[in-house]
Design a binder for this molecule. Structure first.
Ligand SMILES: [Zn+2]
Length: 358
C-alpha cells in the first residue's frame, strides 16, 4: 500500500512538473521576449519605448496614409525613424505610401523611389490602409481597390526587396452592422465616433465581402509576397474564415492588433475552438495591439494603458484564469497556450514574417 501511495505521489509530482514546464506563468511576463508588431508613435517623447524596454517588448512602428497624402506618410514614418535612431535595438519600422496622387503619371516611380529610400534605412515592410477600398478615389471618382493592376509593380517590388506587406483592408464585420448588433464594445464606441467609417450608414459603399474578395484577388496575383493581414486580416469575426484563408494563401499571416475583443468574444462562444486555432496556426499569428502615442495623453496614463493592455493579453494567452474585459460584456477563460506557441505568437513569428534581425 505504501509503495502504491509513493508511486501515486511520484506520478503527481511528475504531472505538476511537466505542467510547470509546458506553460508560462503570469510572473514570467517581463522575462519572456515579446514583440508588438503594430504600434504608432507620433510623439517625440521616449515614454512608449522606455515602457517597452522595461516589459521586454520589441516594437514595430507602423506608418500609414490616412487619406491626407504624402505629408501624412512622411510625418508618421519620420516620427518612427526618430524613435528608432534613439533605440535601434527596440524599434523597427514599417513604412507606407500615398495614393493621393494616384492618377499622376509619376506616381509609380515616386512610390518605388520612396520605398527604396525607406528600405535603405532598414524599414522592414510597407503598410496599406483601409483608405484603399473604402475612402480614396481616382480622378474619375471611383474607389481605388487593392487588386487594381497599378499596384502590381509596387507589390512586386516589395516582394523582390525581401520586405513584407502589412494590409489593413476593410474593417471588422461589425462596421456593416447597426451599433446595437456589434459584438464588441470597442467597435461600438469607434463607429459611434466615426460615422464616416460606419458602413451600415453608407449604403452606396462596398460590402465587407467585396472588400475581402478584392484583397483575396490581390493575394492570388502575388503568391510569393509575404502578406500580414493587420487586425486579423479583417476576418476577426470567425477563426473558421481565417483558417480557410490560411489554407488558401500559404504566404499570409495575421496580426492581432485591436481585435482581442473579437478573440475574447469567440472564446466565450467556444474556447476549445479558439485554442485549437491558435495551436494549429501557431506559425501564422503575431501579437500586436495598435497602442499609440500621439503626445496627447499624460505619460502616466499612456504607461497605464500599455501596462493594462499588454498584461491583460498575457494573462489570456498563458493562463486558464476566468477574466473580464471592458471590450465585451461576458466573462471568458484564458486559453493557456503551450510555451512554444506563446514564443511563436509573441516573438519568433515576427522575426520570420518581417525578416527582423533580433
Ligand atoms: Zn494601427
Amino acid at each position: 500500500m505504501k509503495k502504491i501511495l509513493s508511486i501515486v505521489f511520484a506520478l503527481g509530482l511528475l504531472v505538476s512538473c511537466t505542467e510547470k514546464d509546458s506553460f508560462y506563468l503570469i510572473e514570467d511576463y517581463s522575462s519572456v521576449k515579446k514583440t508588438d508588431i503594430h504600434i504608432h508613435i507620433t510623439a517625440d517623447r521616449p515614454t512608449f519605448v522606455e515602457k517597452a524596454k522595461t516589459d521586454n517588448f520589441h516594437l514595430v512602428n507602423v506608418a500609414l496614409e490616412i487619406n491626407k497624402g504624402w505629408g501624412d506618410v512622411y510625418f508618421k514614418y519620420n516620427h518612427g525613424k526618430n524613435q528608432q535612431e534613439q533605440n535601434p535595438e527596440t524599434v523597427d519600422l514599417v513604412t507606407a505610401f500615398a495614393v493621393s496622387d494616384w492618377d499622376d503619371p509619376a506616381w509609380e516611380d515616386r512610390v518605388i523611389g520612396w520605398l527604396d529610400s525607406c528600405f535603405n534605412e532598414g524599414a522592414v515592410g510597407v503598410k496599406v490602409w483601409k483608405n484603399i477600398g473604402m475612402v480614396s478615389r481616382d480622378s474619375s471618382g471611383n474607389l481605388i481597390t487593392i487588386d487594381d493592376k497599378k499596384f502590381d509593380p509596387i507589390f512586386e517590388h516589395i516582394q523582390q526587396s525581401g520586405k513584407t506587406l502589412l494590409g489593413h483592408l476593410g474593417e471588422p464585420k461589425n462596421c456593416w452592422l447597426p451599433l446595437e448588433e456589434m459584438t464588441t464594445n470597442n467597435d461600438r464606441t469607434y463607429f459611434e465616433k466615426h460615422p464616416e467609417y460606419h458602413m451600415y450608414k453608407q449604403p452606396g459603399m462596398p460590402s465587407h465581402e467585396e472588400i475581402i474578395a478584392s484583397r483575396d484577388r490581390m493575394l492570388e496575383k502575388h503568391p510569393n509576397l509575404r502578406f500580414v493581414g493587420a487586425h486579423m486580416g479583417s476576418l476577426e469575426y470567425s477563426v473558421d474564415s481565417l483558417a480557410a484563408r490560411f489554407e488558401k494563401f500559404p504566404n499570409m499571416a495575421i496580426g492581432l492588433a485591436a481585435r482581442m475583443g473579437q478573440v475574447f468574444f469567440q472564446t466565450v462562444e467556444n474556447r476549445e475552438k479558439v485554442r485549437d486555432f491558435f495551436i494549429k496556426y501557431q506559425d501564422r499569428i503575431m501579437y500586436g495591439t495598435d497602442l499609440a502615442d500621439n503626445g496627447q495623453m499624460t505619460e502616466a496614463s499612456l504607461v497605464n494603458r500599455m501596462d493594462n493592455t499588454w498584461k491583460r493579453d498575457w494573462e489570456y494567452f498563458v493562463t486558464d484564469h476566468m477574466m473580464e474585459s471592458d471590450l465585451i460584456n461576458s466573462p471568458f477563460q484564458g486559453i493557456q497556450l503551450p510555451k512554444e506557441v506563446v514564443d511563436k505568437v509573441y516573438y519568433k513569428n515576427a522575426n520570420r514574417w518581417f525578416a527582423l534581425k533580433p
